[in-house]
Design a protein around this ligand. Structure first.
Ligand SMILES: Cc1ncc(C[n+]2csc(CCOP(=O)(O)OP(=O)(O)O)c2C)c(N)n1
Ligand SMILES: [Mg+2]
Length: 320
């Protein structure tokens, strides 16, 4: 793993575009039947994945959710490996038996996605406590949604992390919706960061569309944890462009809401900054998109050409 503490905003731009294009292709492959099952896209939330993951250092770990393609790619999983997993191929990160909701690579600090809402939080606290026991100056991050803050494990994990000053950073991707429920119908407060208050550690609201803000807030939280000062709850205000999962047309959203959020697109926000700073012109950005699109298409083709596991291989993971 490389040292991600050095800000390389062109690399961030590239990674956010890669995630966006990867998921565009995933949607296409679902529609054509090449990918089966289900998938949960994180389009619109790329700055949360990239800004936070790039605050990690060698030996740090994270857990995430079924909406975790962004974190997996930001941690260095190749699109080919991720496509292969989604397609159920042996070259996938879990040999093709996990699928979209189970992208994992512990060699890169990715302790995995979890399909159970809220289940990744206690795993991250456990990893953080293991760092304390081993005397390692490492930190565990955990990504989850706004809906997960109403799950029991959220409160148990925050409480335990607070009492033990565990080096963990809790990251809410608040995209305003649970599966189909607007946050305001399930939750009595608007700023979920306040849910750190009863556990007596900092809870911070962050503009989740601005990767610079996400990164800066996560670096602060990670360094605080590394100093032994305990956990932080970061609430990233963001939005998912697509429905909850592949089969959800998201008709429950008010007219104009999606367009308003697309007006603050995370890739465009960083792209505009890089252009005005003279770092990356609009033409450079278009060339990057073209290059990455070719890479994504080729990666999907290679994944599609890989073999499916044999019956014996799939049975190896079944307890009987
Ligand atoms: C314990 C549990 N309860 C319910 C579900 C069904 N479910 C899957 S995703 C989801 C919504 C979670 O919303 P949020 O935490 O905001 O995450 P988002 O999908 O918006 O990223 C629900 C209720 C589940 N997977 N696990
Ligand atoms: Mg949500």
């Amino acid at each position: 793993m490389t040292d991600r503490a050095q800000p390389d905003r062109v690399a961030w731009f590239r990674k956010m575009v890669e995630i966006r294009l990867f998921e565009e292709k995933v949607q296409e492959l679902f529609m054509s039947g090449t990918i089966q099952g289900t998938t949960h896209l994180c389009q619109g939330q790329e700055a949360v994945s990239v800004g936070a993951i790039t605050a990690m250092r060698e030996g740090d770990v994270q857990t995430n959710t079924y909406r975790g393609h962004g974190e997996a790619l930001a941690l260095g999983m190749t699109p080919e490996t991720a496509f292969a997993e989604l397609m159920g191929k042996t070259t996938g990160c879990s040999g093709g038996v996990g699928g979209s909701m189970h992208l994992i690579d512990s060699s890169k600090g990715n302790l995995g996605a979890n399909a159970i809402v809220g289940a990744g939080l206690p795993i991250a606290v456990g990893a953080a406590v293991s760092f304390q026991v081993q005397g390692r100056a490492n930190v565990a991050l955990t990504f989850f949604g706004d809906g997960a803050t109403n799950i029991g494990t959220f409160h148990e994990a925050l409480n335990m992390a607070a009492v033990w000053k565990a080096p963990v950073v809790f990251i809410i991707a608040n995209n305003l919706y649970g599966e189909y429920s607007p946050l305001m119908t399930t939750t009595p407060i608007a700023d979920l960061a306040r849910r750190a208050d009863p556990y007596a550690f900092p809870g911070i609201v962050v503009d989740g569309q601005d990767v610079d803000m996400v990164h800066a807030a996560t670096v602060d939280a990670v360094e605080r944890a590394r100093r032994g000062e305990g956990p932080t709850l970061l609430e990233m205000k963001t939005y998912r462009y697509r429905g909850h999962s592949r089969s959800d047309p998201a008709k429950y959203r008010p007219d104009g809401e999606l367009d308003a959020w697309k007006g603050r697109d995370p890739i465009e926000i960083l792209g505009a900054k890089l252009a005005s700073e003279g770092v990356l012109s609009a033409a450079d950005q278009a060339a990057i998109r073209q290059e990455l699109q070719a890479g994504i298409d080729a990666a999907a083709d290679r994944a599609a050409a890989a073999p499916y596991p044999t019956l014996e291989e799939t049975e190896r993971y079944v307890y009987a």
